[in-house]
Design a protein around this ligand. Structure first.
Ligand code: HEC
Length: 144
């Protein structure tokens, strides 16, 4: 019961602060509202395709950079502006500035995705080094 209250309270806090931010129209909050309104239906809130998105042929997380082909900013802009395959274009629904903001947001999120992926690789290497170290023979005979 207590937990439920905390969850509801924090949901309320997060949505009300989101509303505050939107009023101030900070870039981050407006990109979140653009994303939620226009992109989430197919690309999900965390970048993983939704059921609808999968049905239309999206097979990977849009933020998982190496798996997505559109890499440069102009290409990203063109896809969002004009559409591609089964994705509709947004030139009539979003301003050029809004589309640029979304492009930046995708670039930024891809960078974070990449960094997290690198972190995982580094952790794996560190673990391997730890194992190798533990398997070193004892050096009882070292003298000076
Ligand atoms: C109706 C579903 C739908 C909506 C809504 C949608 N997309 Fe897409 N999106 C797709 C599909 C399907 C593809 C794959 C297109 C292809 O195969 O060429 C795609 C591909 C993309 C790609 C190219 C991915 C890559 O790197 O290859 C980008 C970028 C993209 N979408 C951004 C957006 C943004 C930003 C929005 C919101 C403004 C959005 N999409 C809204 C369905 C959608």
């Amino acid at each position: 019961m207590k937990n439920r209250f905390i969850i509801i309270a924090s949901l309320f806090l997060s949505t009300s602060s989101l509303a505050d931010e939107t009023q101030k129209s900070t870039p981050e909050s407006s990109v979140v509202s653009i994303w939620n309104k226009h992109c989430k239906k197919c690309h999900g809130s965390d970048g993983y395709p939704t059921k609808i998105g999968k049905r239309l042929g999206i097979d990977s997380n849009i933020f998982d950079y190496p798996k997505n082909q559109k890499s440069d900013l102009t290409q990203l802009f063109t896809v969002i502006n004009e559409g591609s395959g089964k994705m509709p274009g947004f030139s009539k629904k979003l301003s050029t500035d809004d589309i640029k903001t979304v492009v930046e947001f995708i670039e930024y999120s891809r960078l974070i995705f990449k960094i997290k992926d690198r972190e995982k690789q580094i952790d794996a290497v560190l673990e391997k080094i730890g194992e190798d170290y533990n398997n070193l023979p004892e050096c009882n005979s070292v003298t000076n």
